[in-house]
Design a protein around this ligand. Sequence first.
Ligand SMILES: [Zn+2]
Length: 312
Amino acid sequence: MAKLFDNKVFQDPEAARQWLEGRLWPNGPVCGHCGVQDEARALASRPGTYQCNACRKQFTVTVGTVFERSHIPLNKWLLATFLFVSSKKGISAHQIHRLLDITYKSAWFMMHRLREAMAPGGTLGQLGGEGKFVEADATYIGGKEKNKHVSKRDPKKIGGVGKLQVHTLVERGGRARSQHVASVRGETLAPILFKNIDPKSALMTDTAGGYLHAGKRFARHEMVDHGANEYVRGDAHSNTVEGYFSILKRGIIGTYHHVSEAHLQRYLNEFDFRHSHRAKLGVSDELRAERALQGIVGKRLTYRQTNKAANA
Ligand SMILES: [Zn+2]
């Protein structure tokens, strides 16, 4: 960690700006107004400011992004991003507040902006494919510990009050996609499965009724009967998604303590992002941070629209 803090990129806003430019503009500056690439000239009088030859406007690498309007210096944004994407179970706003010497409020704001950046974009492909396995399962997040052994089919029966239901798809050796769901009935699960999983995949689930009908649409569907104490049958199991849930729960309980229903999906996006860009897939901490930062810059229009909508 010491090595990380010593890096100039995390010490100096100017070094941070140059690093970000190098990462986000590998083929020359891209105008944040008209999108034209490598048609701009750097203004000698104002480092980091470029004049676009196409639209004549001036821009910086952070124009239109949350970085531009933030009073938090860019080097601290980069450090927060690195800490966030390299902490397997997440990192609390309190920790960021202490480590970066910024207010708790600023830390909280940064974390949520970073989670937005991690949210999947519109061009997501389907998980799985021919010869590939996708595991699907549901779990409960939050609520009291004594109620944790709750029936999936009927949460009210054993007292799943205050618990939020999460449904996750995990590609073996690949990405994860999680959603907060109101139920695990077929009518809720079927559209999620059809939209997110390539029909040529092998689908692996437990024997929950919500999968029975929808499972027929996939090349193969194996159900493991946890109720009968069956967990692995040949290549049929849901160990990968169980492992995902274990990290998610340890993160939500250990790092975030409590997650409200309103924010749950953002936290799921955060854990999905780290899983989908994990070291096992050959993604380094640095590359993972880059992907998150690309999300911030890529979402500049969305962010503007959100602000406009909020002010309307
Ligand atoms: Zn332009």
